[in-house]
Design a protein around this ligand. Structure first.
Ligand SMILES: [Zn+2]
Ligand SMILES: [Zn+2]
Length: 244
């Protein structure tokens, strides 16, 4: 396949011992996008136009804020806030109409103000950037599953997926695979996922047993990081902060 730009990272992800290789890719893309936003993107007018308009979600603001480069962050915030201010001005017409008709529509009807807040609260230039590349990875994942036996074996012997990406694969299998191939694929990953969830469940149980003083000499084994792996299996990767 020509598109080594996608196949190489997918193969690399499958060589990593992780609970979800798709999360591994997504996390990498997210980290690269954060670095890019505070670095090279400062000189990229197209990206700046997009980030001024869309802004970022809470998760990505938090990641941007955790980095050292506060000047880049402040410059991004400054121009985004200018854009927000202009965009807010366009809503003033909604208040100028004394009938208030447009302002207080029934809850089932959308109005300009609701639309504005919906858009403002849900748009994020980094989410969009990551999602766009992840869609390509999903497409290439199915191409490789059908055409690359070695890759297929890697998937079969992996630890499965987080439930989020498990769902994405379910949604897309029929789009990218022939009917029978899709049924085979879903059967394989469904059974794998059940086994992998049971494996983590057993680790979680062992983790709880370690808190009983009678088991203080019991080896942790693979149970030592069971809570974080269980969360990552259930919801996708998380950004772990050091606890107190
Ligand atoms: Zn995942
Ligand atoms: Zn985001």
């Amino acid at each position: 396949m020509k598109e080594k730009i996608y196949t190489i990272p997918l193969n690399e992800a499958y060589e990593t011992d992780c609970e979800c290789p798709l999360c591994f890719l997504e996390k990498k893309l997210e980290e690269e996008a954060i670095e890019y936003t505070l670095g090279a993107a400062m000189m990229e007018p197209d990206f700046r136009i997009e980030s001024n308009e869309k802004g970022f979600c809470k998760n990505h603001y938090s990641m941007l804020f955790s980095k050292q480069n506060k000047l880049s962050l402040a410059l991004i915030l400054e121009t985004h806030m200018e854009e927000i201010s202009k965009s807010l001005d366009s809503l003033s017409k909604e208040f100028e109409n004394p009938s208030q008709k447009r302002l207080f529509k029934k809850s089932s009807e959308s109005n300009k103000i609701d639309d504005w807040f919906d858009k403002n609260n849900s748009s994020c230039v980094i989410c969009d950037k990551v999602e766009k590349t992840m869609k390509r990875y999903i497409e290439v994942f199915f191409y490789m599953w059908s055409h690359d036996k070695e890759f297929k074996n890697k998937v079969i012997s992996s630890k499965g997926f987080c439930l989020y990406h498990f769902g994405i694969l379910f949604e897309n299998a029929q789009k990218y695979l022939k009917k029978n191939d899709a049924a085979d694929f879903l059967n394989i990953i469904y059974n794998k996922e059940k086994d992998e969830l049971m494996r983590i469940n057993e680790d979680i149980h062992k983790f709880t047993l370690k808190f009983d003083y009678r088991n203080k000499d019991m080896e942790w084994g693979t149970a030592i990081d069971a809570p974080v792996r269980a969360i990552e299996k259930l919801s996708g990767y998380i950004h772990i902060k050091n606890s107190d």
